[in-house]
Ligand binder design. Structure first.
Ligand SMILES: [Zn+2]
Length: 711
C-alpha cells in the first residue's frame, strides 16, 4: 500500500533531529534544520496543512558530561544553550511553529505516560545486566562516561555507540575493555537491574513499516539489514540523576532515569501538542496527527537512522500512536573536502557566517541544492562563491532585475497583455517539477525547478530582444515583457521554500500584498499587480578578495587548533576529543566528527616491491555500463564494467558517494585478477580503483582503449 501524494487532506508535521543543548551550532547542524524548514515550506506551497516543530535535547550524557566539565548544573547549562538556539534559528529563516525542550512539563508528562502505557501493554521487563562502574569516582558510567572496544567490529567505541567503527547502537555492558572517561581508569562491571523495551517483538511490524516508509533509501536499507541480523531488546534506563525519572512505583527503579533516546523523540509529539494548544485544536489538532491519520515526516542525520526507524516506530506502535510516513536522512557536511571537526575548528559556525555579513538565504540555497539529501555535501568558500555568483546572482537575480527594470521603465509595471501559451506551459511545467520533487523528498529538485525557470526567462528575453521591438512592434514588446514579469513572479513563488527573504523582497517589488510564504504554487500563474516601483538588485556578487580572506581565516584557525592539540598534554587531548564527540550525534546533520575525519594522509609504506610483483596485478582500462544499488546494502553498488574482452560484474562501496545514474559511460580502472568474492549475495569479479574518502574513481585522460593494461 502506498501513500497518497502530497498534498493530502490530513494535517502533516515535519520535524528535525533535536540538537543536544551543549555547544555552538555550525553548518553541519544547519543543513538539517534548514532542510526540514524548506521541506515544510515546500509542503505548504503545495497546499498541504503542515507544522514544523522541534526542541532542544536537554538530557543524556552529552549534556551531563559537558556541564560537569564546566562545573555547572546540567539544567542551567542546557537551558543557556537552549535559549541561544531559540535566537539563532530564526536568523537563518528556520521558522519553527513550536520550539520546546525535552525537560519541560509537556515532554516530561508525555514521556512518563507513554512509558507507563508500554509497561501496561507488556512491552517492558526487568533484567539484571552488567553496568560499568568507576570505583574511584564512586559512580556508574552510562553511555559517554565509558569508552572501550566495540564487540562487533573491534574499533574504539563509546558506551552507547560504535561511533568510529560500525555505527551500531551499543547497549550498556556491551563495550569491551571499558575505561572511565571521568578518571581514565579501567572501569569494572557490576550487576544492576534495568528496564528493557521489547523491540524484538516488533520485527514483523517494523518490516512492514519499512516497506511503506517514504524518504531517503538509506533510512530503509540500513534498518532492513538490522532486522535481518536479529533485533535486540533495548535498555531504556540509566544510572544517572539528570534525565526524566522512570515512572515506577516500585522502590528498585526510583534512582533510574530514562535513557535520553526515549524522551528525545517524544519531544516531537510534545512540541506538536504545545503548538496545538497555542493555536487551538480547531486550527491544528496534534492528536489527529499523532494518533489518527496525520502525515509525520522526520528529517534527521544519517547517524541516527536506527533510533528513528527501529526504536521510535516500535515505541509509537506499542503506545498506540501513528507510524511516521517519511524519514529522510541527510549525509554529512565536509569542509574543503575534509571532515568537519569542531575540535580542530574546521567548521563554519552559525554565528561566524552571520557576522561575515552573508544573507542566510545564500547558505540555505547552497546547503539544499548542492547535493541530494542523502549525499555528503562539501562546503568551501570557493564553491559557495561559485554557486552564489553563478546561480543566484547570474541566473535568478539577473533575470529578476533586468525584466522588472525593463517593465518599470517602459510600462511602469506589468504591461497589459495576456501571458503567452509557451510561457504559461513552461511555468506549469516548473510547478509540476516542484510537486514531484516534494513527493520525492528532493529539495535540490525544488531549487532546480526555480533556477531552471529563471534560466528559461533569461533565454526567453534574449531570444525575443524586446528592446528592439518597443518602437516598431509595441504589442509584441509588451507581450514579451508581460511574459517575463510572470516568470519573475513564478520564480519567486517557487524559490520561497529555499530563499524565503529574497522571495519576499521580490514579492514586494512586484507590488504584491501579504506574504509570499502564504502563496500556493498555482498563484505563480496569477497576474501580478499592474503597477510597481523601480526594482533594486536582490543579490550581490561575492568578490574574489573576499573569498581569499575567508579562506585565510579558516586556514589560520584550523592551524591554531591543531597546534594547540599537538602541544597539549595527553589529558587535554582526551578532553578535546570528548568535546568534539559530544557535540555530534543527536543533531540532525549529525556531525560525527570522528567518522568523517580525514586529517592526515596514510603514511607511505617502507617496504618496496619488485617490478614482477607489480606485473602480477592485471589492471585494465574499463567502461562502466551499468550501475545500481544493492538491496539491503547501504553502501554497496553493483557495476557492470566492460574491459574489452568481456563484461565484469563488480561490487563497489560507492553507493553513498556517487550518483549512480551518472556513472554509465564513465571510464574506470579495474583490478581484473582480484579473487572473486560474494557480497550481499552478489558476485564481485574484480575491483575498481578509487582514491580518498569520497571514492574519487581513477580513470585515464588520454586515448587508452577499453581493455588496455595499466603498466
Ligand atoms: Zn563497531
Amino acid at each position: 500500500m502506498s501513500n497518497d501524494e502530497f498534498p493530502t487532506d490530513r494535517p502533516a508535521v515535519v520535524t528535525c533531529g533535536l540538537p543536544y543543548a551543549n555547544g555552538d551550532l555550525h553548518i553541519g547542524h544547519l543543513r538539517g534544520y534548514i532542510g526540514a524548514d524548506a521541506f515544510n515550506r515546500a509542503l505548504q506551497t503545495l497546499g498541504q496543512q503542515s507544522a514544523y516543530v522541534c526542541g532542544s535535547d536537554m538530557h543524556g550524557t552529552p549534556v551531563a558530561v559537558n556541564a560537569e566539565k564546566e562545573g555547572v548544573d546540567p539544567e542551567d547549562f542546557a537551558l543557556e544553550w537552549h535559549h541561544q538556539y531559540e535566537e539563532t534559528f530564526p536568523q537563518f529563516n528556520v521558522d519553527f511553529d513550536n520550539y520546546g525542550h525535552t525537560h519541560d512539563e509537556t515532554n516530561t508528562e508525555l514521556t512518563q505516560t507513554i512509558v507507563r502505557t508500554l509497561d501496561e501493554e507488556g512491552y517492558i521487563y526487568e533484567k539484571k545486566i552488567q553496568v560499568a562502574y568507576d570505583p574511584d569516582a564512586d559512580q556508574y558510567l552510562p553511555d559517554r562516561y565509558v569508552e572501550g572496544t566495540c564487540p562487533y567490529c573491534g574499533e574504539k567505541a563509546r558506551g552507547d555507540e560504535c561511533d568510529e567503527g560500525c555505527q551500531r547502537h551499543l547497549e550498556p555492558g556491551e563495550v569491551e575493555e571499558p575505561t572511565s572517561t571521568i578518571t581514565g581508569n579501567p572501569a569494572e562491571y557490576r550487576d544492576r537491574t534495568h528496564k528493557f523495551f521489547e523491540v524484538s517483538e516488533f520485527a514483523d511490524y517494523l518490516t512492514e513499516f519499512l516497506d511503506n516508509l517514504e524518504g531517503t533509501s538509506n533510512a530503509r536499507n540500513q534498518p532492513r539489514q538490522w532486522i535481518e541480523d536479529g533485533l535486540q531488546d533495548w535498555c531504556i534506563t540509566r544510572d544517572m540523576d539528570w534525565g526524566i525519572d522512570y515512572p515506577a512505583e516500585d522502590g528498585d527503579t526510583e534512582d533510574l532515569v530514562l535513557y535520553v533516546w526515549v524522551d528525545a523523540p517524544i519531544e516531537y509529539i510534545a512540541s506538536t501538542k504545545q503548538y496545538s494548544e497555542r493555536v487551538g485544536t480547531d486550527e491544528y489538532d496534534w492528536e489527529q496527527v499523532w494518533k489518527e491519520d496525520g502525515d509525520i515526516v522526520h528529517i534527521i542525520g544519517r547517524d541516527i537512522i536506527q533510533h528513528h526507524t527501529i526504536f521510535w516506530p516500535a515505541m509509537l506502535d506499542g503506545a498506540g500512536y501513528n507510524a511516521p510516513r517519511g524519514v529522510a536522512a541527510t549525509g554529512f557536511i565536509t569542509i574543503n573536502g575534509k571532515g568537519l571537526s569542531t575540535s580542530r575548528n574546521r567548521a563554519i559556525w552559525a554565528k561566524e557566517y552571520l557576522e561575515e555579513g552573508f544573507h542566510p538565504d545564500l547558505l540555505r540555497y547552497y546547503l539544499t541544492t548542492t547535493g541530494g539529501l542523502q549525499q555528503d555535501v562539501d562546503f568551501s568558500w570557493d564553491a559557495f562563491q561559485e554557486k552564489v555568483n553563478g546561480e543566484l546572482v547570474g541566473t535568478v537575480g539577473n533575470f529578476w532585475y533586468r525584466s522588472l527594470l525593463f517593465a518599470y521603465r517602459n510600462y511602469e509595471g506589468t504591461p497589459e497583455a495576456d501571458v503567452s501559451q509557451e510561457v504559461q506551459e513552461r511555468i506549469e511545467g516548473a510547478i509540476g517539477e516542484v510537486r514531484e520533487s516534494v513527493n520525492e523528498y528532493s529539495l535540490r529538485g525544488v531549487g532546480q525547478a526555480a533556477t531552471g525557470l529563471a534560466q528559461f526567462g533569461n533565454e526567453y528575453i534574449q531570444r525575443n530582444e524586446p528592446w528592439k521591438l518597443t518602437d516598431d512592434e509595441p504589442d509584441q514588446a509588451a507581450q514579451v515583457i508581460r511574459d517575463c514579469v510572470q516568470i519573475a513572479k513564478a520564480v519567486g513563488v517557487l524559490l520561497e521554500p529555499i530563499a524565503p527573504d529574497k522571495a519576499q523582497l521580490l514579492w514586494e517589488q512586484l507590488g504584491e500584498a501579504g506574504s509570499v510564504a502564504d502563496a500556493h504554487l498555482e498563484d505563480a500563474l496569477d497576474a501580478p499587480p499592474r503597477n510597481f516601483d523601480e526594482p533594486g538588485e536582490l543579490f550581490e556578487k561575492i568578490e574574489d578578495e573576499r573569498v581569499a580572506e575567508l579562506n585565510e581565516k579558516l586556514e589560520e584557525r584550523v592551524a591554531a587548533a591543531s597546534d594547540d592539540s599537538e602541544s597539549g598534554a595527553e589529558s587535554d587531548e582526551t578532553a578535546d576529543d570528548t568535546e568534539s564527540e559530544t557535540e555530534s550525534d543527536d543533531t540532525v546533520a549529525g556531525e560525527s566528527d570522528t567518522m568523517t575525519e580525514t586529517s592526515d594522509l596514510e603514511p607511505l609504506l617502507e617496504d618496496r616491491i619488485g617490478f614482477e610483483e607489480f606485473q602480477n596485478l592485471d589492471i585494465r582500462v574499463g567502461r562502466i555500463e551499468e550501475a545500481d544499488g544493492i538491496d539491503g546494502a547501504d553502501d554497496l553498488a553493483r557495476l557492470e564494467v566492460d574491459i574489452g574482452f568481456e563484461q565484469r560484474q563488480v561490487v563497489a562501496g560507492i553507493k553513498q558517494l556517487h550518483d549512480l545514474d551518472e556513472l554509465p559511460g564513465e571510464k574506470c580502472i579495474l583490478l581484473a585478477n582480484m579473487e572473486p568474492a560474494e557480497l550481499f549475495g552478489v558476485e564481485s569479479n574484480g575491483m575498481i580503483l578509487a582514491a580518498g574518502d569520497e571514492a574519487d574513481l581513477l580513470t585515464t585522460h588520454g586515448d587508452a582503449d577499453i581493455g588496455e593494461k595499466v603498466q
